[in-house]
Design a protein around this ligand. Sequence first.
Ligand SMILES: Cc1cc2nc3c(=O)[nH]c(=O)nc-3n(C[C@H](O)[C@H](O)[C@H](O)COP(=O)(O)O)c2cc1C
Length: 557
Amino acid sequence: MLLLEVLFLEEPCMSVLPVRFSTYALSIAGLLISLIGLAFDGLWWIGVGVFAALVTLGTFDLLQRKRTVSRNYPILAHMRYLLESIGPEFRQYFIEADTDQVPFSREQRNLVYRRAKNDVDKKPFGSLHDMNAPGYEWMSPSLAPVHITDQNFRIVIGENRVQPYSASVVNISAMSFGALSPNALSALNEGARNGGFYHTTGEGAISPYHLRGGDLVWQLGSGYFGCRRDDGGFDPEKFRRNAQRDEVKMIEIKLSQGAKPGHGGILPAAKVTREIAVTRGVPAGKDVVSPSCHSTFSTPREMIGFIQTLRELSGGKPVGIKLAIGHPWEWFAMVKAMREEGDHPDYIVVDGGQGGTGAAPLEFINRLGMPLDDALNLVHNTLIGAGLREQIRIGASGKIITAFDICRTMAIGADWVNMARGFMFSLGCIQAQSCHNDRCPSGVATQDPLRGKRLDITDKSERVENFHTNTLHALREMLEAAGLQHPGELGPEHIIRRLDNGSARPYISLLNRLKPNELLEGGATDHPIYREFWEMATADSFSAPSEIVKLRASKLV
Ligand SMILES: Cc1cc2nc3c(=O)[nH]c(=O)nc-3n(C[C@H](O)[C@H](O)[C@H](O)COP(=O)(O)O)c2cc1C
């Protein structure tokens, strides 16, 4: 009776069954025919089974109230849901072009896979890229190429500290235990150990899987995991114990991350296993909150004090900050604090807005924070203008995969680069984009033990190492062709960009560089961003300067 009501009474003007119900009606007919057929042959059971399942599904569709499409198109609607659910895979396999970036192109992914497997990474025939398109970039080769004997390019960080660190120019960017599986972290760490580069822990503390012999950069987020008091604050004694481990070569205070700047995080209770709880120093089975900002400092000047504290507690290891650039006056305030306090971070990692994450709101991923080129240029340029560039090293991350990506990033101002997703690809990540739902098919970004354990640590650590070695080899070949001995020799004169009007310009004419110490001498008036915001920034506040607050209140600009 209820079924008849649903079919006919809910649409009183319909005297006949709507066409969209035909699949359901045909299934009922098929079921009846199969039942009659049973009297003649036992094989009709197959028909009974199939049609009974369809009729059950259709009836469920009609009776449920959550999906209107299913109520209007019983059974048929599932085709749509099915096609929608396999859409990403379908597009990836059949529709996507080799150069479509979603977010990484097949060309980029295949390059990592080939380098990770030590396969041939050469291509035949010619470029797939439109060299006349606006935004196309290239590096200038030289008519006097050189030969480089050692491709293990390194850079010293914290030169004047008690324990300076000599880092590779390519390293593993932060990804926590919690985001990545134990086997993925173990493979990354062993790859870093064998290849002689560093592995950043991520803000989820140092887990046993980070301790397989690779150099570590221990990252401290606002949750202070691994050196946390019960109330969530910073515990100096716990920090000292971990920071003085031999594996820990540098400390990194995470201020923000390109994919979700200003967004804290919650690790839900269900994911807080005993092991994660012990690693992070939190109770198991309860939500773990990372606040959106640090509790140990609230002004740039206090931040410099915290850096000094960490340096002392670690026994003189280099201490740096990682940030995504937001309001320029906040960044300027930090630089002013460095000048006024006479101390500074040993390095700054600039993370671009195009950076990756385990999970973040779409708007944060797409629209919050400065893309890498602009952010890196601002940081590099400000340090030049403030007379601090020679003391502070700059690392950079944000969709860096190829040797050309490394060259252009270092040409803009970085001393080295970090990669997160590039190394995920080397572990076998297929860009399924399931990092947030624990269903990562490649066992990389999951805490599901059945999925994670399928990732073979020995095999994948070799791939991590190969990817690093072969990337450095490609970098070496590019440098040789450009007549340079070390990536540190790259500058904005080496990279050319095609503009919207079809002309091409070297970066050096596009970047509008400050002169050394120009900001200290009250100059920089022909640089709008410094003219507007440098003077008003103060080392005692991250907040908007009063001039800006007044302007907003007046609504006159
Ligand atoms: C799965 C995943 C987890 C991440 N976890 C952290 C983290 O704990 N701390 C952090 O500073 N950045 C984290 N990041 C950001 C990366 O370290 C990196 O800054 C960003 O992805 C840009 O590098 P990429 O473009 O090479 O991926 C994470 C990124 C991914 C993809």
